[in-house]
Design a protein around this ligand. Structure first.
Ligand code: ADP
Length: 370
């Protein structure tokens, strides 16, 4: 294995792989969707990741291919494998993160606790599921959803007709949760797994808003979450970073909601908060190098996302005031044009007192509110 990594997708996750690649002296090449993508600093190609010839051409002179997102079609991945190019995570693992019905089936087969679910094909099927689950369900399109798009709470059998017209959907019980958690692990092809401390996540309108690590008061849930994530990483033969999104139910049980097989928003805090960031670890893992220490530098890290607003201001426009007010907070701008609701950056504060660190991170992020 050499040391040229090809990343398909030019978003902020690819962008944040650049600093550790520079530090390690690993060459990163990015296949971006558009000119001026978030990861443009490392972009060596612009093209359509759904086109096999484009992806094969990009991959021809890299040592391993990995991803900024999960949307590369299986037939394109099959071409890469057929050409003898190492793909990490492997297509068989990635498929589980591409299709929520496949995910539920595979997790259930591994004995992992998940919400009550069913594959629903029509209105009658949804009616039966609603009847059996107290009259409410969360319906999800199997593919292509992100940031809450493709997720809908329904209370009547005709409320998903538009999605059912195009195929089967995933129906789930509406879980009553105390909070959402995320367990991040990394696994290298030879099997070693490293887990970061469990994090607490807060979503607003289906979009990650804030992450606190370690998750306050998690106690033995931390061990349970780590065991679950390690079992999933091994059971699905994942390589690279795996994020396991969890519900902590009102009864204190853990249920797995979602998987992502790449660096994840719930792990941005690791850039400043952990000895090895998720971005560095992903590079190590896909190159099958020894994994780094995942322990926290500080007792508490809080990450707050910055979303674009109608004003269209960029984060750097507000730097003079924000940086002056918060010299001890770390600011990350993704270099993306601002659109309402779009993730354009994040801030991270670290320290010892949860309330103080949280207040500081929120105050710093508030400088970028529209
Ligand atoms: P996406 O792929 O868009 O991230 P998710 O499946 O993670 O979609 O769902 C987005 C959010 O919707 C979750 O973070 C959670 O807040 C809520 N949600 C999803 N599934 C359920 C469920 N079964 N019960 C209650 N809330 C849910």
């Amino acid at each position: 294995m050499g040391s040229v990594i090809g990343v398909v997708g030019g978003g902020q996750l690819a962008r944040m792989m650049i600093p550790p690649a520079v530090a390690l002296g690993v060459e990163l090449r990015v296949l971006a969707e558009i000119d001026g993508a978030s990861a443009a600093l490392a972009a060596t190609a612009v093209g359509d990741y759904r086109d096999a010839a484009t992806v094969l051409g990009f991959a021809a002179d890299v040592d391993v291919v990995t991803f900024d997102h999960e949307h590369v079609p299986q037939d394109v991945l099959a071409h890469l494998v057929g050409a003898g190019i190492p793909v990490r995570p492997r297509p068989e693992a990635l498929e589980v993160a591409q299709d929520k019905l496949v995910m539920r089936r595979r997790l259930a087969a591994l004995g992992i606790p998940v919400p009550v679910w069913a594959e629903v094909r029509d209105r009658d099927g949804l009616a039966a599921f609603l009847d059996a689950n107290g009259g409410a369900a969360v319906v999800k399109t199997p593919k292509g959803g992100y940031d809450g798009k493709g997720v809908r709470i329904v209370r009547s059998a005709d409320a998903a007709d538009d999605w059912l017209a195009t195929g089967a959907v995933l129906a789930e019980e509406l879980v009553e949760f105390r909070r959402e958690l995320a367990q991040l692990v990394a696994r290298r092809p030879s099997g070693d797994v490293a887990a970061w401390p469990l994090a607490e996540t807060v979503q607003r309108d289906g979009v990650c808003a804030e992450v606190t690590a370690p998750a306050p008061g998690a106690g033995k849930l931390s061990d349970e979450a780590r065991d679950l994530a390690e079992a999933i990483a091994s059971g699905l033969d994942v390589t690279g970073v795996l994020a396991v999104e969890l519900f902590e139910t009102t009864e204190g049980r853990l249920l797995v909601n979602e998987l992502a097989m790449r660096p994840h928003n719930s792990g941005h805090w690791t850039i400043e908060g952990a000895v090895t960031s998720q971005f560095e670890q992903h590079l190590r893992a896909v190159l099958d190098l020894p994994l780094g220490d995942t322990s926290s530098h500080s007792p508490v890290s809080v990450m707050v996302n910055v979303l674009g607003g109608p004003a269209g201001a960029t984060m750097p426009d507000r730097y003079p005031d924000a940086l002056a007010a918060h010299p001890d907070v770390k600011f990350h701008s993704y270099g993306k044009t601002s659109r309402p609701g779009r993730k354009v950056g994040h801030v991270t504060a670290t320290g010892t007192n949860l309330d103080e660190v949280r207040a500081r991170a929120r105050a710093a992020a508030a400088f970028f509110d529209a």
